[in-house]
Ligand binder design. Structure first.
Ligand code: SAH
Length: 260
């Protein structure tokens, strides 16, 4: 981080004994915040997730520790990560916990912050661009749009146990016109069937944005009825969106236009 910018923005320093939980955004390293950059420059240790872009890590001379987890595997790993954060902070290190997207959106950042709070370790939360908003923006899909939806629901497709999230899908279907699904590729068929059974139209537009905001981004536009089949063929890192706002991608898919 350029000193002048840090001063002008009044960025607080990452101090010894502190942990910063920072969102790295969905892919494009340029989406990290100024506070995130400052943390990269000042950290002694970085604990990072699988979803974090490697370019960001190369910017830092800190010691880097991979703290990735696989879907559905809770095990004691989450506790191990929290314990390590606490240990390093108590040793007086400057600790950066770098997570994909936003740390508080389906990323267990809340659990890590709770562990720090309970241990009396000072911490700062630095929000990031979440895949369900910024990833859609990279596909030219506004998460809300006046002509299509006044509300949006963010859902995780599976819970800690790796099974389809237990929820009242009928109520979800009657709720917000736009639904954004994280971690839902495996259950896309089941979710789409449940929503259609509850009264949503099978013809409603839907999209899968795979590897959003990355060099290999793919935007697959389909319908609610076609979502399951489309998901089977999509790359594994995928965000899904159901709703009329998907139609805007045709006009607003700026990234595809930039490439050609
Ligand atoms: N904290 C993260 C979400 C972590 S959960 C955030 O705020 O974005 C992981 C899920 O996020 C993935 O299964 C996928 O559904 C979604 N996701 C994260 N990054 C993505 C990307 N670049 N492209 C598509 N989906 C992404």
């Amino acid at each position: 981080m350029h000193e002048d910018i840090a001063t002008a923005l009044k960025l607080p320093p990452l101090e010894k004994g502190w942990v910063w939980l920072v969102g790295a955004g969905p892919g494009d390293p340029g989406l990290i915040t100024a506070l995130g950059l400052q943390a990269l420059a000042q950290a002694d240790f970085i604990l990072y997730d699988a979803l974090v872009d490697e370019t960001l890590l190369t910017l830092s001379t800190a010691e880097k520790i991979y703290a990735g987890k696989r879907a559905g595997v809770r095990s004691c790993k989450q506790d191990e990560i929290s314990d390590l954060l606490i240990k390093l902070a108590r040793e007086g290190r400057r600790v950066l916990r770098l997570k994909g997207g936003d740390p508080f959106v389906f990323g267990r950042g809340g659990e890590e912050a709770q562990a720090l709070a309970r241990a009396g370790v000072p911490f700062r939360i630095v929000p990031g661009v979440t895949a369900g908003i910024g990833g859609l923006a990279y596909a030219g899909i506004p998460v809300t749009h006046r002509d299509t939806n006044h509300a949006v629901t963010f859902i995780t497709g599976h819970g800690i146990d790796g099974k389809l999230t237990k929820m009242d899908w009928a109520a979800v279907s009657r709720g917000a016109p736009t639904l954004v699904l994280y971690m839902a590729r495996k259950f896309a068929g089941e979710i789409s069937a449940a929503l259609i059974a509850a009264g949503r139209s099978a013809d409603e537009p839907a999209a899968i944005v795979a590897n959003a905001a990355r060099a290999d981004q793919q935007v697959i536009v389909t319908t609610l009825g076609g979502l399951g089949a489309a998901a089977e063929n999509a790359p594994s890192l995928a965000i899904m969106v159901i709703g009329e706002n998907v139609r805007l991608a045709e006009e607003l898919n700026w990234l595809a236009k930039t490439k050609t």
